[in-house]
Ligand binder design. Structure first.
Ligand code: GLP
Length: 259
């Protein structure tokens, strides 16, 4: 894993955006894996700016989102479909037919999950998957105890995730208990993963993901098995890491050709 520590979430997000812009300029029909939550908001704002002010062209890009709440359609204000439209898709020139998210309204859930996996495969797989991190170490909605080989499927949210996302719904009791999410195995199939984590509430999960054992108890730790992961943190999120000095040393010696 390449661990990059920045002085602020803003600086980290600008750096993250540069990974996307370089990819899209090199490969116009790139397949992006996108995430929701508060963490990627500054990244999405920067991608919108790059499109508006520097002509970053998303017209041939495809995007797959990690997850969606079960039984919420795109019209629901807390659905991830709505989130993506408002925070990113409405501000770039991606074709609406090229943005995909699991269908929370699907009647046959196993069929919907298999269809989603097949669509990702048919597009040639995900080039760059951005990931936030749950305070309990989840990625997507792969809660602790998720199989590290899991594929897109239904999951039951943990109490801690329900609590963390309650504000989006106006109370814990209104948060759906079930979700559809890409599996850990689906995420590991991406060609490159870019993990973002900001703030002290993520410090413990970050330390487990990077320096702890690979365990289903902290699904993000499975990323240690992936050959190309970049983790971009702000200082508070990096606070529990043991080898910070080494990560900074590596980053300061990064050869130009390696980006
Ligand atoms: C949510 C999402 C994840 C997200 C994580 C962290 O529940 N399903 O994709 O990365 O939790 O959320 P936030 O970025 O708001 O801290």
């Amino acid at each position: 894993m390449e661990v990059i520590i920045q002085e602020s979430a803003q600086a980290a997000s600008l750096l993250a955006a540069s990974f996307f812009s370089r990819l899209i300029r090199r490969k116009a029909d790139a397949v992006l894996g996108l995430a929701t939550g508060r963490t990627p908001l500054l990244l999405y704002a920067e991608l919108a700016r790059l499109h508006r002010e520097e002509g970053l062209d998303f017209s041939r890009v495809t995007a797959f989102n990690l997850d969606e709440y079960l039984s919420l359609g795109p019209g629901h204000p807390a659905s991830y479909a709505r989130f993506m439209k408002e925070k990113l898709f409405d501000h770039i020139n991606i074709s609406p037919g090229q943005t995909f998210i699991p269908n929370g309204l699907a009647e046959n859930i196993p069929e919907e999950c298999a269809r989603y996996e097949k669509m990702i495969r048919d597009k040639g797989g995900i080039d760059l998957q951005v990931l936030g991190l749950g305070v309990n170490g989840h990625i997507g909605f792969n809660e602790p105890s998720s199989s590290l080989a899991s594929r897109t499927r239904i999951k039951t949210l943990s109490r801690s995730t329900i609590r963390a996302n309650a504000d989006d719904f106006g109370g814990e009791d209104k948060v759906p208990r079930h979700v559809l999410t890409m599996g850990v195995g689906t995420v590991l199939d991406s060609r490159r993963c870019l993990v973002l984590a900001f703030g002290s509430s993520k410090a413990e999960a970050v330390a487990g993901m990077i320096e702890g054992p690979v365990t289903a108890g902290l699904p993000a730790s499975a990323l240690q098995l992936h050959p190309s992961v970049v983790v971009i943190l702000d200082r508070p999120a990096a606070a529990r890491l043991k080898a910070t000095e080494y990560y900074e040393w590596v980053y300061s010696h990064k050869p130009e050709w390696q980006s």
